[in-house]
Design a protein around this ligand. Structure first.
Ligand code: FAD
Ligand code: A2P
Length: 406
């Protein structure tokens, strides 16, 4: 009887971030409102989805008889993974069963689906990941929570400071955490955790404190513009000082900043995508006197200045520390300007950076901007006589191009 090493996603660990579905080169992964699942008939075990998964929920392999493979419908209904079958249940001897294992021999796909790097910058510090899980979350206390965007702005984006007190919670710039909202979903199951990028540097939101910060947009309508109150973003934006929050993570082992002081950071973001850029910028600002020669360039898009989180502090940073280019799309009487337009306008500065092996590129924010930004970088590289395919391959191989869009 044919055996299958069936690829499964653990619904208790998965934070429904969609990364696996986006990454799978074979469209084997799908989801409904409950679960993310893998189609056994389509999955070829290429492992492309495994490294990008922030929690490791993706990395489950059950040996089953091919005829008994768990169907998509069965997986969608799961609240937890089924117990692993014994060799006797599988109808094979122990020797045969133990010879079946994860398809580790298959190389991680280098297909174009993974357009950013799947490795960290060479000089990045080693991150801690998955120290806390839904079964055993860390508890943080809200130390601060205030609105960043102007009261007149359509979007309410909050800066939220969470203090871990004596609980160990080491983080690096570019990492994220999961927040577990209290209560249950309409199906009676606990809400799943939502992921938020950290906005603070590794030495704390307040230097020397065991605290982190988040940049959270209150979701009041769905992606189609229909009214919808997002569960976790509203919970977070409504928190008061002293409230307790269940946190899992930290997550992220690739979108990290280089420690090498000579590295240049080219940061491109929209809206709450500013969080990791703030973290990296603040780290460099705090260590400015330590002899770093690398430069910082930021392209930041928002509808208006009133919608741009951290607008005030950003405009007061010295020009010789960070070259910040703001792109506003809804300024009365002015044409729409996106970050990719600003990149093209600044081609004379961006081109030489793309040729420089010290440059690290970070893109974070709206999913829709990814393609436009990569096309702008490609065009700028070509204008400067660079072979974009080669530049792109180098950026990815050396962990110097990171995309985090949602
Ligand atoms: P849900 O209750 O999950 O959704 C309610 C409805 O709103 C659904 O119809 C859903 O499709 C729709 N919806 C979900 N998200 C959005 C959105 N952003 N805009 C419009 N409609 C939406 N969010 C931040 O605010 N700050 C961050 O720093 C941040 N970092 C993230 C990093 C990663 C890697 C990922 C994957 C996501 C990140 N997010 C961030 C998004 C965050 O995880 C949640 O998806 C978001 O807060 C919505 O959750 P919710 O529970 O409020 O909405
Ligand atoms: P727009 O005015 O077209 O919505 P948001 O406020 O929704 O978080 O978006 C942040 C900024 O990103 C806004 O200025 C928005 O412009 C802009 N934006 C929207 N789509 C894209 C895209 N495809 N590429 C780059 N920027 C975009």
């Amino acid at each position: 009887m044919a055996m299958l090493n069936q690829h499964l996603i653990d619904p208790q660990v998965c934070i429904r971030c969609n990364t696996c579905e986006e990454t799978c080169p074979n469209d084997a992964i799908t989801h409904d409102a409950n679960n993310y699942v893998v189609n056994a008939q389509v999955c070829n075990g290429c492992m492309a989805c495994v490294p990008p998964c922030p929690t490791g929920a993706i990395d489950n392999w059950h040996q089953v008889l091919e005829a008994d493979a768990y169907s998509i419908d069965a997986q969608l209904a799961w609240e937890e993974l089924p117990p692993r079958q014994s060799p006797a249940q599988q109808g094979v001897g122990v020797g045969v069963a133990s010879a079946l294992h994860r398809p580790e021999h298959l190389a991680v796909s280098s297909s174009d689906v993974l357009r950013g790097a799947s490795v960290a910058p060479g000089s990045a510090a080693r991150p801690h990941v998955n120290l806390y899980t839904c079964d055993a979350p860390a508890t943080a206390i809200v130390a601060d929570n205030y609105r960043l965007t102007d009261e007149s702005a359509d979007s309410a984006i909050h800066h939220i400071v969470l203090d871990f007190g004596a609980t160990l919670f080491p983080v690096l710039e570019g990492q994220s955490i999961g927040v577990v909202p209290p209560g249950a979903a309409p199906n009676g199951r606990p809400h799943h955790a939502r992921q938020y990028s950290l906005a603070n540097p590794r030495d704390g939101e307040r230097r020397g404190y065991n605290n982190v910060s988040l940049t959270v947009k209150r979701v009041t309508c769905d992606h189609e513009g229909n009214p919808a109150l997002g569960v976790c973003s509203n919970y977070l934006c409504d928190l008061r000082k002293g409230d307790r929050v269940a946190v899992i993570g930290p997550f992220g082992s690739t979108f990290l900043m280089p420690n090498h002081p000579g590295s240049h950071l080219l940061m491109i973001c929209t809206g709450t995508g500013a969080a990791p850029m703030r973290a990296m910028t603040e780290y460099r600002r705090r260590h400015r006197g330590d002899g770093a020669s690398g430069r910082l360039m930021l392209f930041f898009g928002a509808r208006t200045p009133q919608e741009l989180p951290y607008f005030g502090p950003l405009t007061t940073l010295p020009k010789d520390f960070i070259d910040a280019e703001l792109a506003f799309s809804r300024m009365p009487g002015r044409p729409k300007r996106y970050v990719q337009d600003a990149l093209r306008e600044r081609a004379a500065d961006v081109g030489p950076w793309l040729a420089d092996r010290n440059t690290h590129v970070y893109v974070c924010g709206l999913k829709g901007m990814e393609e436009g930004v990569l096309l702008a970088l490609r065009d700028i590289a070509q204008c400067y006589g660079l072979d974009w395919q080669r530049v792109w391959a180098d950026l990815r191989r050396e962990g110097r191009l990171h995309l985090e869009t949602y």
